[in-house]
Write a protein that binds this ligand. Structure first.
Ligand code: FES
Length: 73
């Protein structure tokens, strides 16, 4: 059984993807991943100079995002 890729939402930061993935642009071209690690951070603040990857710019731009799963009662 293949383990699913996990995407973690970092508070006020990127989407961190754990697992082997490929990142493809709108024209079907594949990005060279910035690291050999099986971990990748995708920008969701819109301020990275290296989109679609996170470069840490979220730390200084005031980006806020703290989504939580709604708990059922
Ligand atoms: S989320 Fe890190 S630079 Fe945008």
């Amino acid at each position: 059984m293949v383990e699913p890729v996990i995407i973690r939402l970092r508070d006020d930061g990127p989407l961190v993807i754990h697992g082997p993935v490929r990142v493809i642009d709108a024209e079907g071209r594949e990005f060279t991943l910035p690291t050999e690690k099986p971990l990748l951070a995708l920008c969701r603040c819109g301020q990275s100079a290296h989109k679609p990857f996170c470069d840490g710019a979220h730390k200084t731009c005031g980006f806020q995002a703290r989504e939580r799963v709604a708990l059922s009662e």
